[in-house]
Write a protein that binds this ligand. Sequence first.
Ligand code: DAK
Length: 257
Amino acid sequence: MAYENIIVSTEGGVGLIQLNRPKALNALSTAMVIELNAALDGFEQNDGIGAIIITGNEKAFAAGADVREMKDKTFADVKSENFLHSWDHINNITKPIIAAVSGFALGGGCEFALACDIIIAAETAKFSLPETSLGIIPGAGGTQRLLRALGKAKAMDMILTHRMIDAGEAERSGLVSRVVPADQLMKEALAMAAKIAGLSHPVVKAAKQAVKAAEELPLSAGLKLERDLIHSMFDLHDQKEGMAAFLEKRTPKFENR
Ligand code: DAK
């Protein structure tokens, strides 16, 4: 697929997707999300890729869903075309996805980052859910994921007042895992992704599956899933290799099996 709205590349075992509609502050149009999904599928199917980074540019990760595209749609339109259902596809990706956020991550842009597994933010990052100011509510998981990530108090504050929070507040609230100087963002994100990609891929996938399940399952069911998954690790070559390497005081050579 030829991409017009994103730039796709690889660096070692890391797949990189850069949102690339700078004139619209990377507003997430349907065309862009379809391209994003194709790129994610490509990395998902590529055995050489162990982690994925989604990023924007200095000014914006993404300033939301494309308001121009939505403005004139009616209820019948959005219902019949199941408008923006393509946004759900990211949930099917089993490899870890890091959102490297600089500048604005607003509305759907913030929700898209939340749908990733880790958010690393530049000091310049700004997050908000301004949908209520546009006469809608967050529709790409914001009301659900923000509450789970930040708790009710902060989620209600952000959703009902559409207050913009900076990177420091986002880190203190648990929205982002790390804040780094803006000029170090991609270096840090790549180092993080390379570290993950260097681990055993089936082990990383199992860890992601278990943590994601914790958002959905009751504790007893989550603990059962975790137990089943860790038991299955003992069938892996990489479990034998990882533990042998530890005891032999050497670096493990994982084979992703
Ligand atoms: N959509 C379309 N264009 C956008 C945009 C957006 N979200 N954000 C910015 N742009 C465009 C601006 O219109 C402008 O275009 P021109 O006028 O130059 O043609 C260009 O980007 C530069 O923006 P500004 O001139 O406004 O730049 P400033 O630096 O002055 O301001 C800003 C930056 C980020 C504060 C401002 O652009 C802004 O407030 N942007 C809108 C942020 C926003 O309200 N985002 C939420 C959008 S609603 C759903 C799932 C998800 C959603 C909906 C449904 N379903 C599953 C059904 C999600 C909804 C949203 O995200």
